[in-house]
Design a protein around this ligand. Structure first.
Ligand code: HEM
Length: 157
């Protein structure tokens, strides 16, 4: 009889342990860190920042020459590819099906100065939508990693 009580005690203990473990595991799942995509506000927020960024690029007298001659549809295509690229790179559900950064920009002769001006416009767009510093830094780091494929080799510092 005493042994049975002991068994019951052990069983109850094991059950409690299993429940605590289950709770800890599900709690852990809930606390999964949010992706940059989620922290930026998801697809619509990324699309809004991209539209603002491209609007600034095209309106800039130093940068606009790169888009001279591009049809409205070609510009829409680039815009959509940039949205998809940022969405995919930040952990979102999109797939980037555009060309590589090297293939897209090689031969355009994008200078260090063009790059700095463009990054300035991206920062302005992120600021306009009040993207917090941490998320801004993470996105800018991701974009900066593309620089060697975008800026013409002889023109980058
Ligand atoms: C800031 C980082 C940049 C990103 C993430 C980016 C991304 C892209 C993407 C996704 C495309 C479309 C690729 C495709 O057609 O398959 C593209 C095309 C293009 N980008 Fe960028 N880009 C960046 C910087 C720049 C800069 C600084 C300039 C010029 C100053 C520029 C000028 C262009 C032009 C002119 C095209 C069209 C090329 C063509 O269709 O022949 N980009 N870019």
């Amino acid at each position: 009889m005493q042994v049975r009580l002991l068994d019951r005690g052990i069983l109850a203990g094991l059950l409690a342990l299993a429940m605590v473990t289950c709770l800890a595991v599900s709690d852990g799942a809930q606390q999964k860190p949010k992706t940059l995509y989620e922290r930026l506000g998801g697809y619509d927020a990324i699309a809004a920042v991209t539209d603002d960024f491209i609007g600034r690029l095209v309106a800039d007298k130093q940068i606009t020459r790169f888009f001279t001659g591009a049809s409205t549809d070609s510009k829409k295509r680039i815009r959509q590819l940039v949205v998809d690229q940022i969405c995919a790179a930040t952990g979102g559900p999109c797939i980037y099906i555009g060309r590589s950064m090297k293939a897209s920009h090689e031969g355009l002769g994008i200078t260090e100065s063009d790059w700095q001006v463009s990054v300035g416009h991206l920062v302005a767009a992120l600021d306009k939508f009040k993207v917090p510093q941490k998320e801004k830094d993470e996105l800018l780091a991701a974009v900066s990693s593309l620089k060697p494929d975008i800026v013409a080799p002889a023109m980058s510092k």
